[in-house]
Design a protein around this ligand. Structure first.
Ligand code: ZN
Length: 453
């Protein structure tokens, strides 16, 4: 059989519970649902990191975020390189990135022959930098006046939209030699959720500016989020999910029309979810390792794997690159920490992982979640002697810490933390990781995306 193509789709910040195939009552994801119907849906897929920089080394290199000197700097050269292994076995490889944290600056181009950094080229309205300008931008009248003067006052795009990304991917696929591996990242579901390019009415534009400053105040200074504001943000979020799904649908149509669908592996996964105040905050705070963040949608369609299958046991995003290599007939790469998922979808072999490790890592601060299908232990280096234990069957919302009641379970799960810390120490590179130089453009986008105060 011909080696299959692979499309590896990563959707930033997508909660599993917003997909109809995961039980969302409103059909806002018909195309991802179509993927589930023709492929495998993993009911309990756990990401290895609680935010983009911790999640992506896991997804693309099958190595833990805190390993190899950590995840805040550029992707370390020492990490395993499964995508480069695909290239060495005859694959055309291309990466399409839309997040500043996954850009060439952070060395995410490392393993790709062809790499596109989608960077929005819009400038913020100059009013924003003027004294009192932010206040004015939150008033509709400002936009009425500025519109009459022909001045553009909506917020600048923080990332390139899924529509442009899909256009770029289709342009590449038209001429790409097969077999190919394409990684495509979508940012539209990420805060601030707005599709800025569609904002035209003064009231809408003013609202968008108010949303931006309110969420920033809520994230960094504890401003409250009212039920009405919560409903508004969720509505924006769901519109972004619907939009992203529709664009992904265009990719699927293209594969079908060009006769490539049958020989293409498609994987769709999120790097992490999003918290809607479940544990008191909004967004994907890196220190939240609860399931609204860790449990991500994971769908996979592959030649020879029957459609409509549901895998209910726990799997991990660290398993995805080993799975891709197995599907492509490429031997495993040294150092990968995951296992192929193919034994779970009817192929030979055993899948043995009972425990997933997810983490938040920042130089001196490390939080680790050890999760089994029944329990989760969350250990925080800042209060190392008082880990939290949750019973995921009896308490799926993770409200009641039962660590004091179950010391034996705590001790058993803690052994995985000890082993993980050893692994982190063993993979530490000899030279310290150098932080990348960030220009003003990246710093501005990171601030507006919520990563900096
Ligand atoms: Zn992310």
């Amino acid at each position: 059989m011909n080696k299959p193509n692979v499309l590896f789709l990563t959707i930033d910040t997508l909660r599993a519970d917003r997909l109809s195939c995961y039980g969302f009552p409103s059909p806002i994801t018909p195309n991802l649902d179509r993927l589930a119907a023709h492929g495998v849906r993993f009911e309990q897929a756990i990401t290895g990191g609680s935010w983009t920089q911790a999640a992506f080394p896991v997804l693309l290199t099958s190595s833990y975020a805190a390993g190899y000197g950590g995840c805040l700097g550029p992707l370390a050269a020492e990490r395993p390189a499964p995508i480069a292994a695909l290239a060495a076995h005859g694959y055309t490889t291309a990466g399409f990135s839309t997040s500043p944290l996954l850009s060439r600056t952070y060395n995410y181009s490392r393993d790709f022959r062809h790499f596109v950094d989608f960077i929005p080229d819009e400038k913020e309205p100059s009013l924003r930098e003027m004294r009192g300008g932010q206040k004015l931008l939150r008033q509709p009248i400002t936009h009425v006046v500025m519109k009459s003067l022909g001045v553009q006052t909506r917020p600048a795009q923080l990332y390139v939209s899924a529509e442009k990304v899909v256009d770029g991917v289709m342009d590449w696929m038209r001429d790409a030699e097969q077999p190919f591996f394409g990684w495509v990242h979508f940012m539209d579901v990420h805060w601030p959720y707005h599709r800025e390019e569609t904002l035209t009415r003064p009231a809408e534009i003013a609202r968008a500016w108010r949303d931006l400053s309110h969420l920033h105040a809520a994230n960094w200074y504890g401003a409250t989020i009212s039920p009405a504001e919560k409903a508004h943000y969720i509505e924006l979020y769901e519109q972004a999910v619907r939009f992203t799904d529709a664009q992904i649908g265009r990719l699927f149509d293209f594969l079908e029309q060009s006769g490539r669908m049958e020989n293409t592996v498609i994987i769709a996964v999120a790097d992490h979810g999003e918290e809607f105040l479940e544990h008191g905050r909004w967004g994907h705070w890196e220190n939240n390792l609860h399931d609204e963040i860790l449990r991500v949608p994971l769908l996979m369609r592959a030649p020879g794997v029957s459609g409509g299958m549901v895998v209910s046991r726990q799997v991990r995003t660290i398993d995805l690159m080993p799975t891709v290599l197995a599907l492509c007939g490429v031997p495993p790469v040294d150092g990968m920490a995951g296992e192929s998922l193919l034994p779970l979808v009817g192929k030979v072999g055993n899948y043995t992982a009972e425990v997933s490790i997810s983490e938040m890592w920042r130089d001196e601060w490390h939080i680790i979640a050890v999760r089994t299908e029944n329990h989760k232990l969350i250990w925080d280096s800042r209060r190392a002697d008082s880990p939290e234990l949750f019973d995921l069957r009896a308490d799926p919302a993770e409200r009641r810490n039962i660590a004091a009641e179950q010391p034996q379970m705590v001790a058993a799960l803690k052994t995985h933390i000890t082993a993980h810390m050893q692994h982190v120490a063993d993979t530490m590179p000899a030279d310290a990781v150098i932080a990348p130089d960030l220009d003003d453009e990246i710093v501005g986008r990171l601030r507006d995306l919520g990563y900096m105060e």
